[in-house]
Ligand binder design. Structure first.
Ligand SMILES: *Cc1c(COP(=O)(O)O)cnc(C)c1O
Length: 439
């Protein structure tokens, strides 16, 4: 018999609740995720989420925006302050759309752009048309790859200088250089390459989706001060806000960026998330330095602890990472795809990930040679060095010792019990993954 609407309705809530109960027991290590504070969650369920505010504060296309305008102006000011930026547009609803707005602001279709390839950490939003990447397929950019140094896990500066020179020689220089990536252990050489790009009249955008929180905390590079013309970001990775996006830049580019965002890529701009973003900015201004310092310390501790247990953590000679993320070559023990699944059975949540040389060696995205591990969320839950060692031990028991994930999960659950609150925020009386019923 057909189920009644009410049964589906109940099912949705049952699944939502079960998910949250599960996350109370998991070790969340996805590098692009975080858990927002209860304050941010409160903003997310506000009526702001039901409104439109097309345009700029004070120049809206809609009525009913008088309080929304105040929050958006606050959000802009807080963002400019936190990132020490002349100009901020806080309307992009995500990092991808922030990048798309910058393509509109700085380039014409068919222009050449340099970005990292996906195996070297590049993101779909900077990808070629052939792979349905946003830059190629939506804005028609011709995307070419930065030369990459496998040992340093970074952009190769000398080879990039030569490439740009060659492109200039062809009378077809790049119009945009897209720095930043999704596997971002070390700062990118913006400073070393700023002149190279500006000399051929190319703009520089730095995609800080992953590292925005670290930049805000003063613990990573500062791309605007190193020569970037703009910075795009997600607000929910190392920045512990709701899912949203933003653009930072200089006043001289304000007009073209504003148009790129609206009407370029948005109608409503998710005002509930914008309010949550403003709240997260306040938390970062107060607690950001300590929080981000601990994220990086934890990433290094976890790298070291895994390395000591027999894992091939990349960039060992450089202390594994200067950010929130480490990359592990797990080809000795299996494929990234199957290990990701085994770990998930033990409620350890992380990503499989391509290693820079995987495609050349015949591996692919479903079964890559690496796993990517990030520490923003476990740090937010109050974990430190000794917890990183325990996490490394859990991972070892599954990946190397081949213990049954069900057995390891029992220990994961009891380990996880005492980490139920969000730290580095003003108020945390509600638990991190507590299910909130309004009905
Ligand atoms: C995550 C990410 C983005 C944007 O992601 P959204 O989900 O759209 O916020 C953009 N660039 C890079 C490098 C990323 O890792």
């Amino acid at each position: 018999m057909m189920k009644k609407p009410r049964e589906f309705y109940d099912k949705v809530f049952e699944l939502l609740k079960t998910h949250q109960l599960w996350f109370q027991r998991t070790i969340p290590l996805v590098a692009s995720e975080n858990v927002p504070s209860p304050a941010v969650r409160e903003a997310l369920i506000s009526d702001f989420g039901n409104r439109y505010a097309e345009g700029w504060p004070g120049e809206r296309v809609y009525a009913g925006c008088k309080y929304i305008d105040q929050v958006e102006l606050l959000c802009i000011d807080l963002t400019k302050k936190l990132f020490n930026a002349e100009f901020a547009d806080v309307r992009p609803v995500s990092g991808v759309t922030a990048n798309l707005a910058m393509y509109t602001a700085f380039t014409e279709p068919n222009d050449r752009m340099l970005a990292l390839s996906i195996p070297c950490g590049g993101h779909i939003s900077m990808g070629k048309k052939r792979f349905s990447g946003t830059a190629g397929s939506v804005h028609g950019l011709r995307v070419e790859y930065f030369p990459y140094d496998y040992d340093e896990l970074n952009i190769d500066v000398d080879a990039t200088k030569k490439l740009v020179k060659d492109m200039k020689g062809e009378n077809d220089p790049p119009r945009l250089a897209m720095f930043g990536s999704s596997v971002f252990p070390f700062p990118h050489p913006v400073k070393d390459l700023a002149e190279t790009f500006h000399d051929v009249d190319a703009k520089i955008n730095y995609d800080a989706a992953h590292v925005a929180g670290l930049i805000a905390g003063g613990k990573f590079q500062n791309p605007l001060r190193e020569g970037a013309d703009s910075v795009t970001l997600s607000t929910h990775k190392t920045l512990p806000g709701p899912q949203h996006g933003a653009i930072l830049s200089w006043d001289r580019y304000a007009d073209q960026i504003k148009k790129g965002v609206f009407p370029g890529i948005s109608s409503n701009h998710h005002l509930h998330a914008l309010a949550g973003f403003a709240v997260a900015m306040c938390e970062m201004l107060e607690f950001g330095e300590k929080y981000t310092e601990q994220i990086i310390r934890n990433a290094r501790s976890l790298g070291q602890a895994l390395f000591e247990r027999g894992f091939k953590v990349l960039a060992e000679k450089k202390n594994f990472t200067e950010s929130h993320v480490i990359l592990v070559d797990i080809t000795e023990f299996g494929h990234g795809g199957e290990l990701e699944k085994e770990l998930e059975k033990a409620s350890i949540i992380l990503n499989r990930n391509l290693l820079p040389w995987d495609i050349k060696q015949g591996r692919h995205y479903w079964n890559p040679g690496g796993i990517r591990i990030g520490t923003p969320e476990v740090t937010r839950l109050g974990m430190g060095k000794s917890e990183m060692e325990q996490i490394a031990e859990f991972i070892k028991r599954i990946v190397i010792d081949k213990e049954s994930p069900e057995k390891v999960e029992e220990d994961v659950q009891s380990f996880r019990k005492e980490f139920q609150k969000v730290h580095y925020c003003f108020e945390n009386s509600t638990q991190a993954y507590e299910y909130m019923k309004l009905r």
